[in-house]
Design a binder for this molecule. Sequence first.
Ligand SMILES: Cc1cc2nc3c(=O)[nH]c(=O)nc-3n(C[C@H](O)[C@H](O)[C@H](O)COP(=O)(O)OP(=O)(O)OC[C@H]3O[C@@H](n4cnc5c(N)ncnc54)[C@H](O)[C@@H]3O)c2cc1C
Length: 494
Amino acid sequence: MFEPSIENNPMKIAIIGSGIAGLSASIRLRLKGYEVDVYEANEYPGGKLHAFSLGKYRFDGGPSLFTMPQYVEELFEQSGKVTEHYFNFEKVDEACTYFWEDKTVLSAKSDPQNFANEAARVLNYPASELMDYFDHIKNIYDHSASIFLEKSLHKSNTWLSKETLTALLKIRQYDLFKSMHHANMIRLGEPHLVQLFDRFATYNGSHPHKAPGILNVIPWLEHGFGTFFPKGGMEQIPKSLHRLAEELGVQFHFNSRVDQIILQNKKAIGVSVNGQEILAEKVVSNMDVFYTYRKLLLKSKAPEKILNQERSSSALVFYWGIKKEFKNLGLHNILFSERYKAEFDSIFNEGDIIDDPTVYINISNKLEKGDAPDGCENWFVMVNAPNHKNQDWNEISQRVKKAVIKKLNRILNTDIEPLIEEEKIWTPQGIEEDTLSHQGALYGNASNSQFAAFLRHPNFSSSIDNLFFCGGSVHPGGGIPLALLSGKITSEMI
Ligand SMILES: Cc1cc2nc3c(=O)[nH]c(=O)nc-3n(C[C@H](O)[C@H](O)[C@H](O)COP(=O)(O)OP(=O)(O)OC[C@H]3O[C@@H](n4cnc5c(N)ncnc54)[C@H](O)[C@@H]3O)c2cc1C
């Protein structure tokens, strides 16, 4: 059983924010023997990973898809705990059910061979060709993950290792200089499959016609490692990590917004919380890096080139309590737009949402019966959305709601509006305000160029000593697995 050795190492670390990355960093730093204090503006841990109830329905507010559970398990294992005593999850056979306007419905199985068999049955696409595609993306993962995801890209030892040099020699095979869409057109060709795999650009909030083909690795996380569902819903991820961190001795301070990082001779020496100065040997910011500079480091020179990078897309979410069960829907469902490129052009170029958006529906009570009353379903209905740049979200939400309802009625052959008995809407503006994420971006910077991975902020400050960063807005990027890894990289660096 791990015993933190604070007597031997009384160094104090202040972490700003208890998002999933802040929780990961707090546990790892505590395990190294540091005295860790986490200051969180909200009254709960988890940031974007939060939950709420509407009447008798429970909803996860942010992420709904859980991949790479090993990064959560690792935190319990390294603490000498049995994961199942804190956190339980199950593997899901069906990754997603896809619907097209031409009435094609494809159940994408988590397992690649089952997926390929299903694609052969529904789309008449040779299973062996889809298996070749999976082999290709597995190869990208095997050669690139440990470099791009598990190490700092801003330390020379990452670049001088044999593993990195071998990977760099193979980079042309990874479609780095083609877009995801272009690579999928060449490798798959079949329009439904191209759209299906293009869709993974949204997993880091990017445009499939601009994001580099190397990002076609993303579906490997889902189909190589599988998709999972936490018992009790997504909220159990931060809740269980918060419990673990507290048991290890991490101190949490909720309703405690940090208003300044205190500097002395270009060194971080603490934080100011609600006007009170708290000294610390090192400061880790899990706050969006943009606002860390713009709000907490007003007197320091900010890395403008990095901060001015294009941000990832945001989301418009409708949480609906639906008083009916839909047997043809699964845990994750996608109803595709017929104008997929126009949808992303509108998001990234015009700051708007087209009138036939792709609709994602997550229904957690398919697996967690208590999340909705009998005979009912809790629908998390999400549409990809532009960044918040002072649009009128009230007008856009109402317009998009009508378009979504029309699409659902058409594809599911139903009349959905009278079935909605509870509703809440989360707009990009709300996401920005509730999680202090610049422009409501879900995943920090967009990956709309080959160089995006190198233009994320490092996990440390090169101009301020003892200041570190973790979270979706810095290396290696957004999404639960990467945010957990950023906490790991940061703590290893410290
Ligand atoms: C609608 C939606 C759907 C998503 N879907 C998925 C999905 O299905 N799968 C997936 O893997 N990812 C998904 N994501 C992305 C994922 O939620 C994020 O990448 C991840 O949760 C980011 O974690 P984080 O630790 O970087 O930051 P955050 O969750 O943003 O946490 C930052 C924390 O810092 C706190 N904070 C900020 N400033 C201060 C301050 N000055 N003082 C004190 N505290 C402060 C905030 O209150 C917040 O709690 C989704 C996100 C959203 C919003």
